[in-house]
Design a protein around this ligand. Structure first.
Ligand code: NAD
Length: 447
């Protein structure tokens, strides 16, 4: 038995997949260090605005790492239910002996319920996770500035609103930054930190230090529509919706992408994230930006589904069928939904075609983000896609994937797709250049 295990381990370590996983581990380890540590200010107390799903999660990862939280919402019941969800999670840990009962009791006392800003003078940094509404976010930024110290940082957990717009009327714009957590916060390892042009370096350093303390792997990205993660997710999901319009079967689509290595298919993901949330993210500035792209065909289906009351798993009305508890009824598709796609005649697609069409939309967009300096390095782009979006870890991320496929081959595939699926498959300049020069994104390939 031991011999077999050793042999299996040896094979895994030598396999291309094993190597990619090791590279991810090494990148993660490297990213535990803050290159700007010396400029970071100490954070002992954070103000948390919004005690909804994300606010509760951010509060939880903060108190578990010795940071006191002032948790503010509009009513006491919301704060109480956020505290209950944190407490319940602690008790699950206690049950598994991953936390001592006394520790759980001590930690929950560090979540303070606040209905006003009276104690916010104590906050070193304030994170907002109120509803995704630009006017609301601008309003609470003003309230925060009026009620906090001069040196307090304001961080937004917006999914896609440009930080620059949130900070439009800020009195201290250099102290405004984006801290984009992923749901569920206690489980998801990524934190995307968004710096706008005039965000002070010490503010970036402090947000990075806080993220590392909260046990997150952090990437620092430039402000822009959808930042990095939402921006590369949007064309991937859009392509999935276009394929449904073209007659691909929902199950075939999801199965194909699972076989490619994604943990869930794109359509199941839409149900999980919420069709309402996805419709919101895939609208506004992000989609305006995408629409300008040559050959862009933004699908109009999500807003229509949202209007018709489809929210996905949370209201048991989505692409799949759910029981009253929101549990997926195995393999059951909500066939009514095809009407929103114009009831197309079913078309059999070769699995590889589906996989390339979707994965390369994400990969190509990631390459454009690197070209534009939205992500600082191929390493960050890989980590962001793997940890934030479930890009197959054994492929190493979009840039490692391009390296193993080679940019020459990627250009060939995309040229071929362009003939069938349109100009949107035009390879990013950086991919074309690397193809011509036979270069790779990472120096250590094959390693
Ligand atoms: N849910 C996700 O998967 C996810 C992921 C990443 C980012 N986000 C972003 O995080 C933010 C919050 O999302 P959520 O899913 O937690 O929403 P949610 O609806 O669960 O929570 C929002 C909370 O904000 C509170 N609120 C509204 N106005 C307020 C005010 N003036 N002061 C204090 N609290 C106020 C609401 O009462 C509510 O409890 C949004 O910007 C969203 O885009 C969400």
């Amino acid at each position: 038995g031991l011999k077999k295990e050793a042999k299996g381990n040896d094979e895994l370590m030598r396999s291309p997949q094993g190597k990619q996983l090791m590279r991810i581990f090494l990148a993660m380890t490297e990213m535990k260090k803050n290159p700007l540590k010396e400029q970071a200010k100490d954070v002992q107390t954070i103000g948390m605005l919004g005690a909804g799903f994300m606010g509760a999660g951010i509060a939880q990862v903060s108190v578990t790492n010795d940071i006191e939280v002032l948790l503010k919402d509009v009513d006491e019941d919301t704060i109480a239910s956020a505290k209950k969800s944190i407490w319940d999670d602690f008790q699950r840990k206690v049950k598994k002996k991953a936390m001592r009962p006394a520790e759980s009791e001590e930690l929950i006392t560090r979540v303070n319920s606040e209905l006003d800003y009276d104690r916010f003078g104590k906050a070193d940094l304030v994170i907002e996770a109120v509803n995704e509404d630009i006017n609301l976010k601008q309003k609470i930024l003003k309230e925060t500035e009026d009620n906090t110290r001069e040196d307090a940082i304001f961080a937004s957990n917006t999914s896609a609103l440009p930080i620059k717009r949130i900070a439009e009327n800020a009195q201290r714009p250099s102290r405004v930054i984006g801290m984009h957590y992923f749901s569920p916060v206690p489980k998801m390892p990524l934190l995307e930190i968004i710096v706008k042009e005039d965000t002070a370096k010490w503010v970036e350093a402090t947000a990075l230090e806080l993220g590392i303390r909260q046990d997150k792997t952090c990437i620092v990205v430039k402000d822009g529509p959808g930042f990095y993660t939402s921006r590369i997710l949007a064309p991937f999901l859009n392509e999935a919706l276009l394929l449904l319009e073209d007659g691909v079967d929902i199950e075939q689509l999801d199965h194909s992408m699972k076989r490619f290595g994604y943990p869930v298919g794109p359509i199941a993901l839409l149900d999980e994230v919420g069709i309402d949330v996805a419709a919101h993210v895939m609208s506004g500035e992000l989609m305006d930006y995408y629409r300008q792209r040559k050959g862009a065909k933004p699908s109009e289906v999500l807003p229509k589904l949202h209007e018709a009351g489809y929210s996905g798993r949370k209201n048991q009305k989505g692409f799949y069928k759910y029981d009253a508890n929101g549990k997926k009824r195995k393999g059951l598709i909500n066939k009514e939904i095809y009407e929103f796609f114009g009831n197309p005649v079913k078309k059999a697609y070769v699995e590889e075609e589906i996989q390339y069409r979707l994965a390369l939309q994400m990969v190509n967009e990631a390459a454009m983000c690197l070209e534009e300096g939205i992500v600082q390095s191929a390493r960050d782009g890989d980590i962001g896609a793997v940890f934030g979006l479930g890009f197959p870890p054994f492929l190493g991320g979009p840039f490692r994937y391009l390296d193993s496929l080679t940019c020459q081959r990627a250009v060939e595939i995309m040229e071929d797709l362009k003939k069938r699926a349109g100009e949107l498959f035009e390879p990013a300049n950086i991919i074309r250049e690397k193809a011509i020069k036979s270069e790779r994104f990472h120096d250590d390939y094959p390693g």
